[in-house]
Design a protein around this ligand. Structure first.
Ligand SMILES: [Zn+2]
Length: 439
C-alpha cells in the first residue's frame, strides 16, 4: 500500500494503550492520519512510503496539548512579575490590555506563542482571549490545532460592549469556523467573579444544545472563593453547580481551592480539571490537589496559562512540575508518575476539549499529531527508560520534529511555517512600544 510517510523511531510511546513503549517501530501516516504502528521491517514490507524518515535516537509521543493559555499575552511576558493575582490583574495586566489589545496585538502575540509552542512539542492549544477570530486564523495559517475560546466577560472591551454582544460575536465565529478541521470553538466565560448569572445561563443552554465545551477559570485563589462566599453565601463551585454548568462539557481551570467533598461531588458531574501548576505557583495561588482528583476519577489535563504568569509555554516543563508538585502535595512519591504526567499533557487534554476521537494518542484513525524528542543528548543519558527521561530530564530543546495532521511544522528544529527572523523583529517592535508607554 502506498502511503505519504513512514517514521522509523527508536521508541514510540503511544499513550494508548497505557504503559506501552514500542522499540524500533514505525509510525505509518497517510492523508494526515495515523494508519498503523508496527515493527520497522514489517512496515517496509507492507507500505511504500512517499517519504521515509529515520529517527534512530528519538522517541515519538503524541503532540502535547496545552489545555489552558492566553496565547497573545506572550507579548506581556515578564512585564509584571512577583505579584498576587488581583494586584497583577487590576494594576498591571488589565490597564495594559485596555491600552494595547487589538487585532495586531493578538495576531503578533499569537504568532509568538505558536512558534514557541511548536518548538516545544505542543500541537494543540486551548486559548482564551479577545479576538479569537484572529487567533484561530493564525493557528490555521501556521498549521497548528487550536480551540479558540469564545470569550465572555461582564465588562466592555474592544472586542465587545456587553454580554449579548460577546455571545453574538462568539456564535457568529463558531458558525464561520465550524468546517475548519484544525479549529474548535469552546465557550470561554472568563471566571465566576467576572461573569454574571444571566450570560452564564445562556451559555449553559447553548453549550448543551450545541455540544460545545465550556472553559472557565474556577477557584484560582482563596481570595476568589472567600469574596464570593461573603457576597452571596455560596462558593463559585456551588454557584456553577446551581446554574447547571458542571457537566462533562465543563473544564474548570486551576481549582487550587478544592476540598475532599468538593472533589467527590465534582467527580460525579464528569467535568474536567485543567491544572496549571507553574502559573499557580508563580502567582502564589496554591496548588490543585491533583493526586486526589485523579484518585476520584476526574480527568485532569494540563495547561501553561498565559506567558505573562508562567512565564513560558513549555509543556514538557509543565509535565515535570505537575509530577513533582503532585508528589510533594500528597507526600507520596508514587503520585503522578511519569506516564500519568504524559497522559495529562496529551490524551486527557484531548478528552477535556472533546477532541478524543481526533488527537491525544498515537492510535490508527487519529490525526497524525506527533512529536519527536531526541534523547541522545548528555542531559538524557544514560537512558534506562525513555518515559522517565521525557518527564524528569528532557528539555524542550530536545524536541526535533513536529507534525500536525501529518503536516511537518518543525523539521530538525526549524519551523516550516513561520519566519523566525521576521517574527523576532515584530516582537521587538512591540517591546519598544510597550516600554515607551509604561515609562
Ligand atoms: Zn488563565
Amino acid at each position: 500500500m502506498q502511503v505519504d510517510l513512514v517514521i522509523q523511531a527508536r521508541w514510540i510511546i503511544p499513550v494508548e494503550p497505557e504503559s506501552v513503549i514500542y522499540e524500533n517501530y514505525s509510525l505509518v501516516i497517510n492523508d494526515g492520519k495515523i494508519v498503523d504502528l508496527l515493527p520497522q521491517q514489517t512496515a517496509l514490507e507492507q507500505f511504500q512510503p512517499q517519504s521515509l524518515q529515520t529517527l534512530a535516537t528519538h522517541a515519538l509521543i503524541p503532540g502535547l496539548i496545552n489545555c489552558h493559555t492566553h496565547a497573545s499575552m506572550t507579548l506581556l511576558r515578564g512585564i509584571a512579575d512577583d505579584l498576587h493575582l488581583m494586584d497583577w490583574l487590576q494594576n498591571h495586566i488589565w490597564p495594559l490590555e485596555k491600552k494595547w489589545v487589538g487585532e495586531s496585538f493578538v495576531r503578533d502575540g499569537t504568532d509568538l506563542a505558536i512558534a514557541e509552542m511548536i518548538r516545544g512539542g505542543t500541537t494543540c492549544f486551548n486559548d482564551m482571549y479577545f479576538f479569537p477570530d484572529v487567533a484561530a486564523h493564525q493557528a490555521i495559517h501556521h498549521g497548528i490545532r487550536a480551540s479558540a475560546g469564545l470569550i465572555l466577560i461582564d465588562f466592555p472591551t474592544i472586542w465587545a460592549e456587553n454580554s449579548e454582544a460577546y455571545i453574538e460575536k462568539g456564535l457568529a465565529l463558531h458558525d464561520e469556523l465550524r468546517h475548519e478541521p484544525l479549529i474548535s470553538t469552546p465557550f470561554a466565560p472568563h471566571a465566576s467573579y467576572t461573569v454574571s448569572d444571566q450570560p452564564l445561563q445562556k451559555i449553559r443552554m447553548l453549550a448543551d444544545e450545541m455540544g460545545l465545551p465550556v472553559h472557565m477559570h474556577v477557584h484560582e485563589t482563596r481570595h476568589e472563593v472567600a469574596e464570593q462566599m461573603n457576597k452571596t453565601g455560596q462558593t463559585p463551585l456551588q454557584r456553577l453547580s446551581e446554574l447547571g454548568l458542571l457537566t462533562p462539557n465543563f473544564m474548570g481551570v486551576h481549582m487550587t481551592q478544592f476540598s475532599e467533598i468538593e472533589i467527590a461531588d465534582y467527580a460525579k458531574t464528569g467535568a474536567h480539571v485543567v491544572h496549571c501548576p507553574e502559573s499557580n505557583l508563580k502567582l502564589g495561588s496554591g496548588f490543585c490537589p491533583v493526586a486526589q482528583c485523579l484518585e476520584a476519577g476526574i480527568n485532569v489535563a494540563l495547561g501553561t496559562d498565559g506567558a505573562a504568569s508562567n512565564n513560558d509555554l513549555d509543556m514538557l516543563g509543565e509535565m515535570r512540575t505537575a509530577a513533582l508538585l503532585g508528589k510533594g502535595v500528597s507526600q507520596d512519591a508514587s503520585a503522578v508518575p511519569a506516564k500519568t504526567a504524559l497522559q495529562m499533557a496529551t490524551l486527557n487534554g484531548a478528552r477535556a476539549l472533546g477532541l478524543e476521537e481526533t488527537t491525544g494518542s498515537l492510535v490508527p484513525g487519529k490525526a497524525a499529531d506527533v512529536v519527536a524528542i531526541n534523547l541522545d543528548e548528555l542531559e538524557t543519558l544514560p537512558l534506562y527508560n525513555p518515559l522517565s527521561q521525557i518527564t524528569y530530564s528532557a528539555s524542550r530543546n530536545q524536541v526535533s520534529d513536529v507534525w500536525v495532521a501529518g503536516k511537518q511544522l518543525l523539521k530538525n528544529h526549524s519551523l516550516t511555517t513561520i519566519d523566525l527572523t521576521a517574527l523576532k523583529a515584530k516582537i521587538k517592535d512591540w517591546h519598544s512600544r510597550l516600554v515607551e508607554s509604561s515609562s
